[in-house]
Design a protein around this ligand. Structure first.
Ligand code: PLP
Length: 276
């Protein structure tokens, strides 16, 4: 039976981020993607004008429907929206035995809050216990640990704090896009095992592009897709970062939105050979 990778995330009607980016990524990387929607957003490159969380029961029913019918081996969680939705997701995944990659999306590319500050503590408390792989950027890591991030030593201690608190957590991919350098980005994968915590860095050029909306969603989905295809954490990390870098480069000369100051989404289809 074919394996399914399930994304649980918000909808972005422009197709750049959220559930739409997740499904495109999974398809481009050759895995079957299923999708449970948590929130409908109304947004484009000018901003997010509305966020409508679905009823938590409806989110739970969608998850049940997919899990009942498909061999779901990997779950990717993105925008959750509210504490009540986080609670229902955590409940439905309590007995799930596969990997759960959680991208703790807090704000949109255009800056708007996607999870209410008042709900953050509950989202953290509910979802971290079911997460096996976490993919925060530096501000998200700060907010998840409620500690400010200084140098690399502090990043490592925050990650260790998360490993100590979250029994299922095996890997944390800290995205370096909000770091100090404007020319290079260093992403770091921390893994924990009985032998302790290991870390692996990947440095790559910071690509100035008009198509960077949804890169976080794409990276986390690519990680889930590579894990579903049997990669270990280290090689899934390298392949996922490479995939996003490749898409950023391929999307570089293209415009997808008519707003001269707006960021469009990645052009995932450029990674797929045309079907004939
Ligand atoms: N999920 C949804 C529904 C969004 O609208 C956004 C950003 O606007 C994100 C996730 C996060 O996007 P990114 O991958 O750019 O961090």
């Amino acid at each position: 039976m074919q394996k399914t990778v399930l994304t649980i995330a918000g909808s972005d009607p422009t197709g750049g981020a959220g559930i739409q980016a997740d499904l495109k990524t999974m398809t481009a990387l050759g895995v079957y993607g299923a999708a449970v929607i948590t929130c409908i957003t109304v947004q484009n490159s000018r901003g997010v004008s509305r966020v409508e969380p679905l009823h938590p029961v409806l989110v739970g029913e969608q998850i049940e429907a997919v899990l009942a019918d498909h061999l779901v081996s990997h779950v990717k969680i993105g925008m959750v929206g509210t504490a009540a939705i986080a609670r229902v997701i955590a409940r439905k995944l309590t007995d799930f035995k596969g990997e759960v990659v959680y991208d703790p999306v807090l704000t949109a590319t255009t800056g708007q809050q996607l999870t209410m500050a008042s709900d953050l503590e509950a989202v953290r408390a509910e979802l971290l216990p079911v997460t096996t792989v976490l993919t925060p950027n530096l501000p998200e890591l700060e907010r998840l640990t409620a500690m400010t991030t200084g140098g690399p030593a502090e990043v490592q201690s925050k990650v260790s704090f998360l490993f100590a608190k979250s029994g299922r957590l095996r890997a944390v991919l800290v995205k370096g896009g909000h770091g100090d350098s404007s020319t290079m980005i260093t992403d770091t994968l921390y893994c924990t095992s009985a032998r302790g915590v290991t870390k692996e860095h990947l440095s790559h050029a910071f690509l100035q592009t008009m198509n960077s909306h949804g890169t976080g969603c794409t990276l986390a989905s690519a990680l889930a897709a590579c894990l579903a295809q049997g990669c270990d954490y280290s090689s899934a990390f390298r392949q996922a970062v490479f995939f996003v870098q490749m898409l950023l480069r391929q999307s570089l000369p293209e415009r997808i939105v008519n707003n001269p100051k707006g960021k469009g989404g990645l052009l995932h289809h450029l990674a797929c050979p045309p079907a004939r």
